[in-house]
Design a protein around this ligand. Structure first.
Ligand code: PAP
Length: 338
């Protein structure tokens, strides 16, 4: 790159940083769950300052193509699982069972996150190089309304994964705890729960996030597939078949007879991913160990952590927020509540 080009890029980056600084000053802010951290309310959802820049870069520059697949989720709703399943289903004919890259790479390496990875340090990343397999598969935590316009306007497909808010909350609190710097303190479960109920956590409010994709899936079921963590736990084969059908790569009769669906379910299961060397001892480029993405992977874990008062508060919120939406959550492996 010549000197003129280098200085042009520096100039663009400087003016972009200035623009961002100005924007940040106009955004409502709240303290995050870890001491010294803050969250900004951007386009109606809360996000950490380090995500704002790549997120806005992505909104400005990402051009979806019709064949792209986007896996979307609110954090801790089963993103890792969905990435593994989408990857293994979509590309199953591009490698043999024993050569599935999932056996040696973490799902987050294989399905890059748009705002946490692809646009993290570069407003114009080389997408073709980042996506080794085709069609391209990306992930995002952004609510539907804030997706880059081309994702909404193109024919690309979106698969959304949600999870009941009580398990999601507990999972998020533990995740924050495991990743925090030892010198920082995490809010108590009580305090964090209160913030969560007010929607204040990365990519919250929870109900706005979930409902944004729920409505999109109802309006356009060919574009947005809405999956629930609890349903996958209950009948993974049925959900994997639905996923494959939605992505336009249905399993053939032969594949079904050969047990390909069950193989995919097995390789992507919590138990098998958790035991892989990469997920036990590997870590992300930012230093975060991959093992933090595999805690216990259960439905109903909240029941041993939340007080009856917390449960009552959340049940009321669920009723109030989901109201007539038609969306329901399974809160444990036995009962189903709206
Ligand atoms: P992310 O949104 O930050 O990428 P995400 O993968 O959604 O994280 O959340 C991790 C949760 O999914 C953990 O839940 P837990 O804390 O309640 O245990 C993790 O255990 C669970 N998880 C990860 N992989 C799987 C899997 N293959 N099957 C089921 N659950 C899984």
């Amino acid at each position: 790159m010549d000197t003129a080009e280098t200085s042009r890029i520096k100039h663009v980056e400087k003016s972009w940083d200035d623009e961002l600084q100005q924007l940040v000053q106009t955004l409502p802010t709240e303290q995050g769950w870890v001491s010294g951290s803050s969250l900004y309310l951007y386009q109606g959802f809360w996000c950490s300052p380090h995500v704002l820049k790549p997120l806005i870069s992505c909104q400005k520059h990402f051009r979806a193509s019709d064949s792209d697949v986007i896996v979307a989720s609110s954090p801790k709703c089963g993103t890792t699982w969905l990435k593994a399943l989408a990857f293994s289903t979509l590309y199953r004919n591009q490698f043999t069972r024993d050569e599935n890259p999932l056996l040696t790479f973490n799902p987050h390496q294989l399905v890059p996150h748009l705002e946490y990875y692809v646009y993290l340090n570069n407003p114009c990343p080389d997408l073709e190089n980042i996506c080794v397999y085709k069609p391209r598969l990306f992930a995002t935590h952004v609510p539907y309304a804030s997706l880059p316009t081309s994702i909404k306007d193109s024919k690309c497909k979106i698969v959304y994964m949600c999870r009941n808010p009580m398990d999601m909350f507990i999972s998020f609190w533990h995740f924050r705890d495991k990743l925090r710097d030892e010198s920082k303190e995490l809010l108590s479960l009580d305090e964090a729960f209160d913030k969560f109920c007010h929607g204040i956590y990365d990519h919250g409010p929870f109900f706005d996030h979930v409902l944004s994709y729920w409505k999109a899936s109802q309006e356009n079921p060919d574009k947005v597939l809405f999956l629930k963590y609890e349903d996958l736990k209950e009948d993974i084969s049925c959900e994997v078949k639905q996923l494959a059908m939605f992505l336009g790569v249905p399993f053939t009769e032969d594949e079904e007879k050969q047990g390909v669906v069950e193989e995919i379910a097995q390789v992507c299961s919590f138990e098998s991913l958790k035991e892989l060397e990469v997920n036990k001892n590997g870590s992300h480029a930012n230093g975060n160990p991959y093992k933090v993405f595999f805690r216990n992977g259960k439905v109903g874990d909240w029941s041993s952590c939340l007080t009856p008062a917390m449960v009552e508060r959340m049940e009321k919120l669920i009723q109030e927020k989901l109201d007539t939406s038609g969306l329901t959550f399974k809160l444990s492996s036995e009962t189903s509540k709206a």
